[in-house]
Design a protein around this ligand. Sequence first.
Ligand SMILES: *Cc1c(COP(=O)(O)O)cnc(C)c1O
Length: 394
Amino acid sequence: MKKIPYGHQRIEKDDIQAVVEVLESPWITQGPMLKRFEDALCKYTGAKYALCVSSATAALHIACLAAGIKAQDEVITSSLTFVASANCVLYCGGRPVFADIHKDRANIDAEKIEEKITAKTKAIIPVHYAGGPCDLKKIAAIAGKHNLLVIEDAAHALGAEYNGSKVGSCRYSDMAVFSFHPVKHITTGEGGAVLTNKKNLYEKLLKLRNHGITKENSKFRIRNSRTSGGWFYEMQELGFNYRLTDFQCALGLSQLKKLDNFIKRRREIAGIYNQKLAAVCGIDLPRQNLECSWHLYSIRLKEPKRRRDIFEKLHRAGIGAQVHYIPVYFHPYYRKLGYKRGLCPNAEDFYRRQISIPLYQSMTEQDVNCVIDSIYKIFNELEKSPEKIRRKRE
Ligand SMILES: *Cc1c(COP(=O)(O)O)cnc(C)c1O
C-alpha cells in the first residue's frame, strides 16, 4: 500500500540538473551558487541580508549568538513548537521561557509574553505555527518597550505574508530563520537561512558560520607586518562550520523559483480540506487565513481521548499523520531542567487534540481524496449514530 506522508518534497528533473551542474563545476561548496541563492532569498522576502547555513537549527543557534544571548539570559518562545526553537537558547547557556499559545492559531499569545518578561529577558523567538504569521506588530511593540530582540522562527512560513510583506522581510523583527528540510516549503536536503536588515548582525552571523574567522584585512584586530600577508586570517570568536554546500544552494535556488506555485497548490489543497471536512462533527478545522503558507494542515479532535485510536487508524489506512507538537517542556531533558507540566494550558490542550494530515505540493487529487475518504470512514465507524456525520456531496 502506498503511504501518504504528512509532508514531502517535490524534486523535478530541472532541480536535479541544477545540482549536477554544480557537481561538475570546480566549486562544490561556498561557490557562486551561495550568493545567488542568498540574493534570491533577499529578493523574495524583501530583507537586506540573507545568510545560508546547514540547517534552521544552526541558523537559530547563530542568530541567538549574534543577538548576544549568553549564560543566565532568558529568551521567551512558544511552548508548542519543534524543540530547536528553544534548544538554540540552551546552546548559548541561556534559559528558554515558554509562553502559552493562542487557542485557535497555536501561535505564541502576545498578551502572555509580557507576563514572562524579567530583568534577564533578552529576546523573543515567535514561531509562525503551520505558516500562519504571529501578531508581529504587537510582539515588536512589546520588544521595543522592553528593549528585546525578536528572532522569528519562520521554519513554517516561507511564502507567508504579514501585513503586506513577506515573512522574512524582518519589518517587525531583527532576524528571521527559514528551514529547507524536505518537509518544509522548499528543500536543500538539509539547510536553513537567517535573514536580517541589520548590517552589524549580518557581519556577526557571517563570522559565526565560518569558525569565527575573518579574512578581511581591514577587520583584523592585530595589525602589523606579519598579518599583512595574503595567507592571513584571524579567528576572532568561537564559531562553527555551518556552511551550506554549493550544490545544495543550486537546489535551493531551483526550488525557490517554484515556491509561489508550491504555496498555491498548498492553499488549494487546504481549501479542499476546509470544504470537504467541514461536515465531520468530531473535528475542528484550522483557523487560518489566506496569508498562511500552509506548512501543516492541523486538525483538532473534539474528543482528545480518541486521538491515539484515530491516529492509528489513519496509519493503518496508509495516511502518515503526525502530531505537531509535544509541548517542548514535556520532554525529559526539559523536565530535568525543572520545567513542569501545567505551565502552558492552551498548548497542552492543543497538543492532546492535534493531528496533522498530509499537505504538500506534490500531493495528487487522488491522494487528497484518499485522505478525505479515510477520515470519513474512520469517523463514521466511530460514531454510534452514523447520521451524526454527513458526507457533503456536491
Ligand atoms: C523544522 C523546524 C526547525 C528546524 O529545522 P532544521 O532545518 O531541521 O534544523 C526549527 N523550528 C521549527 C518550528 C521547525 O519546524
